[in-house]
Design a protein around this ligand. Structure first.
Ligand code: SAM
Length: 253
């Protein structure tokens, strides 16, 4: 990862805990005196400023998910007599390549990124060139036929989706497309907010995740609650790490 200048970031003195995640923001004080309010989910604005994504999420808010999931995936594969360096991995919602960098510590056979954001790819090329064998900017629910073929040709044996599943991020139908790009028997690794597995959450997305984990489409190998990062208020945000093997393609509901 290329080193960048430090940014002046301010976390607002607001309690966001009862507000929708899409409202959460921080303030970036520019060198020219301008202050800019940037929502957490406005990834394009964040990716465009070199080093800002890493500084806000990884340094300030202590996000640990790419490191945690990469080491867990490696451990689960080793326990199953498999090896990351035999995998052709699709990193879906790859952003600017944090997971690709972590996976590179273990060596993967092929690593392909995909994201809906062109700014993510530009940030990857700027900050982590060379980590991915290919990177596709696309909405996989509406791919052009050439892109669909290109993705299918990789014959992925592993899917990783880190810090990218949920209401405001990757929806169920896009995740289903990515899941179905993996060969049967391939590895699936993702993380989700703990509320998506809570009994009280009966939203379509939570039902999709529960169905996926408990259904006949995936054999669950590892489920672990861990601290994904801290919130603006400094409270731990817990997620579940999920690792399993694809048994069969997911069908549209
Ligand atoms: C919080 S970032 C995580 C990036 C990276 N996986 C990491 O761990 O740092 C979420 C990413 O999901 C991407 N994303 C959101 N909706 C998507 C979709 N429908 N298809 C593909 N990527 C999507 C965003 O553009 C963003 O780069």
């Amino acid at each position: 990862m290329i080193q960048h200048v430090r940014h002046r970031i301010r976390l607002p003195d607001v309690n966001f805990s009862s507000q929708p995640e899409s409202d959460v923001y921080f303030v970036l004080d520019h060198a020219d005196g301008r202050s800019e309010r940037i929502r957490f989910h406005d990834y394009d604005s964040i990716y465009r400023v070199p080093g800002l994504y890493e500084q806000i999420f990884y340094e300030r808010l202590k996000c640990d998910s790419p490191r945690f999931l990469a080491q867990l995936l490696n451990q689960v594969l080793v326990q199953s007599g498999d090896d990351l360096n035999r995998q052709r991995v699709l990193d879906f919602g790859a952003g600017n390549g944090m997971m690709g960098e972590e996976l590179s510590h273990y060596g993967v056979s092929r690593l392909v990124g995909a994201d809906i954001s062109a700014a993510a790819e530009a940030a990857l090329d700027r900050d982590r060139p060379g980590f991915y064998d290919a990177y596709y900017v696309a909405d996989v629910t509406e791919p052009d036929p050439a892109l669909k073929q290109a993705l299918e040709r990789w014959q992925f044996t592993c899917l990783t989706t880190i810090a990218a599943l949920g209401y405001d991020d990757i929806p169920a139908d896009a995740f289903r497309e990515a899941f179905n790009l993996v060969v049967d028997g391939g590895w699936i690794a993702f993380n989700i907010k703990e509320t998506f597995l809570g009994e009280s959450d009966a939203s379509g997305f939570a039902l999709f995740v529960k169905h996926l984990i408990a259904g006949e489409f995936m054999q669950l190998h590892h489920l672990e609650r861990y601290r994904h990062r801290i919130s603006i208020e400094g409270n731990p945000l817990h997620y579940y790490a999920v690792i399993g093997r694809k048994l069969a393609p997911l069908r549209e509901e």
